[in-house]
Design a protein around this ligand. Structure first.
Ligand code: NAD
Length: 330
């Protein structure tokens, strides 16, 4: 099977090439450019294409892939909200993904953000480099014996709940399904979680029912001085309301690995550009906000798991036995 990879970074190439020898029937060509209606024609002559979380897989791109005879779309990520599923189904394009790779990778990054904003690591790093050893403005609070509120207790939320439990925190959870693994956590209604938690971490998927879950009303219900962490999807938080909440001194700190408007930024070096989105710049201007660029998944273990599952997906599909749990459009 010949696969064309889009939007390849050096670390993708390295990790996939490392495992390729275990899949003798597969060859890969790597492209730096991402997939779009303009670049999709390059897929002619290939059996499959491989894309990523912010690739444009709307109807126009799928029209071109179909014209090129592509029947398999390999997503080297869990999310698929960037694909026009109806169009893919109409063209008989099978979509395979990597539903879970390393929940701990994302959970540990969520905790890293929580600790960074709590202990002002982003400020102290700069201060000490400038020979400013003053502690003024750096006071945090103990997580020990405080309350963590985990919204969405699937794979990543459960891993975050365990980390919080390990810190000696009381753990409150909110989900439409309870996770029996979390016998140390108390499932409560969303309002109770919001009003009782010192640290709130978002781990539910972005869907119609969760879009702008964090908005003016839900922010008002939170404790004053709360830390809010989002490593899930930007659309869970209404950014304009978050900014109002930050201005109203609601938050001790906010840590965002994802945010609305991130699509153009994700994984790109835009340091020489003038960014057009004023809301992102406004968020960056607050001293108690730390933003990272969708790097929660980015550990060696997670990349190895993504490469292994993507190549297994390709190989099992070719053998006529696609791994059922990884099929997006059965
Ligand atoms: P998962 O499917 O294992 O868990 C999601 C949980 O959310 C489930 O328990 C589900 O019942 C719950 N849920 C669904 N609707 C809900 C609602 N309305 N309210 C509360 N809970 C609800 O998913 P996961 O693997 O834990 O991933 C969680 C999210 O993390 C993904 O959707 C993705 O957006 C994000 N993610 C981010 C990164 C990153 O690099 N930052 C990497 C991978 C995944």
């Amino acid at each position: 099977m010949k696969i064309l990879f889009y939007d390849t970074k050096p670390y993708d190439k390295e990790t996939f090439e490392h495992q390729l020898s275990q899949f003798p029937g597969i060859s890969i060509d790597f492209l730096k450019t991402d997939i779009s209606p303009k670049t999709a024609p390059l897929a002619k002559g290939y059996d499959a294409v491989c894309a990523f979380v912010s690739s444009d897989l709307g109807a126009a791109t799928l029209d071109v892939l179909h014209a090129c005879g592509i029947k398999l779309l390999l997503m080297r990520c869990a999310g698929f909200n960037n694909i026009d599923l109806e169009t893919a189904k109409r063209y008989g394009i099978t979509i395979l993904r990597v539903p879970g790779y390393s929940p701990e990778a994302v959970a540990e990054h969520a905790m890293a953000l929580a600790l960074a904003v709590n202990r002002h690591l982003h400020k102290s790093y700069i201060k000490v480099r400038e020979n400013n050893f003053s502690l003024v403005g750096l006071m945090g609070f103990n997580f020990h014996q405080k309350t963590a509120g985990i919204i969405g207790t699937g794979k990543i939320g459960a891993a975050m709940a365990k980390l919080c439990h390990g810190f000696g925190m009381k753990v409150l959870a909110y989900d439409i399904h309870q996770n029996p693994e979390l016998d140390f956590a108390s499932y409560v209604e969303l309002d109770e979680l919001l009003s009782s938690s010192d640290l709130i971490s978002l781990h539910c998927p972005l869907m119609d029912s969760t879009y702008h879950l964090i908005n003016k009303d839900t922010i008002e219900k939170m404790k004053d001085g709360v830390i809010l962490i989002n490593t899930s999807r930007g659309g869970l938080i209404k950014t304009d309301d978050l900014i109002l909440g930050i201005r109203a001194r609601k938050f001790f700190g906010v840590g965002l690995d994802v945010y609305e408007e991130e699509t153009k930024n994700v994984f790109e070096d835009r340091s020489d550009e003038i960014l057009e989105h004023s809301t992102t710049s406004r968020l960056l201007s607050f001293p108690n906000v730390v933003i990272t660029s969708h790097q929660g998944f980015f550990t060696q273990e997670a990349l190895d798991a993504i490469a292994g599952t993507t190549l297994s997906n390709a190989s099992a599909y070719e053998a006529g036995n696609p791994i059922s749990g990884n099929i997006v459009n059965p």
